[in-house]
Ligand binder design. Structure first.
Ligand code: HEC
Length: 166
């Protein structure tokens, strides 16, 4: 009889213990889920700010320049030709550095570059005679097309970069 009492007592304790540990584990998981949700909310908010910043902008002037001058190589969908003409759509190289993008548009690149993990030889891109306004327009179109959310540049920034490299 005593043995049965002892066994049922220990079973009861074990049950109690596991209820408590699973409760605290649940709570921890809940806290982590809340944190994750807050992070996602923050990211969505940031994306929304960028989208709002560019939503009212008109990129049609840049689109026209792109279609006339850049599309032959980088293609209408901005995806380029793998190994020959680099993509502008979702290009890590493009989105990493706006000043470098202005320089690229003004002068091309003398050195080979790596875009999304694939190398492209330099000295291939045509150098165009574009005004500061035209450079700003076409770069802003490229930064905000095909799913890119690259923000915008100003004519003054183009002017400053041009002065620096001349
Ligand atoms: C003759 C083909 C050709 C034309 C036309 C051309 N590009 Fe390029 N572009 C290239 C090549 C090749 C590279 C790789 C580096 C180099 O050779 O300068 C490149 C690189 C780039 C890059 C940086 C790499 C990347 O993929 O993010 C940008 C930005 C760019 N071009 C924008 C433009 C813009 C804007 C125009 C039009 C004003 C244009 N290109 C016209 C061939 C071209």
């Amino acid at each position: 009889m005593k043995k049965i009492k002892l066994i049922s007592y220990s079973l009861f304790m074990l049950l109690g213990f596991s209820v408590i540990t699973s409760c605290t584990a649940n709570q921890k998981q809940n806290e982590e889920t809340i944190k994750e949700e807050q992070n996602i909310e923050q990211i969505n908010q940031n994306n929304q700010n960028i989208t709002q910043e560019t939503a009212n902008k008109d990129f049609s002037a840049g689109e026209k320049i792109f279609n006339e001058k850049c599309m032959v190589c980088h293609q209408k969908n901005g995806e380029g030709v793998e190994g020959t003409f680099p993509p502008l759509a979702k290009s890590d190289y493009l989105l990493a550095d706006k000043e470098r993008t202005i320089i690229q548009t003004l002068t091309g690149s003398k050195k080979p570059i790596t875009v999304n993990g694939i190398e492209y030889p330099g000295n291939v891109m045509t150098v165009f005679e574009l005004s500061d306004q035209e450079v700003a327009d076409v770069v802003n179109y490229v930064l905000n097309s095909w799913g890119n959310e690259g923000g915008t540049i100003t004519v003054d920034e183009v002017k400053a970069v041009r002065a620096k490299i001349q």
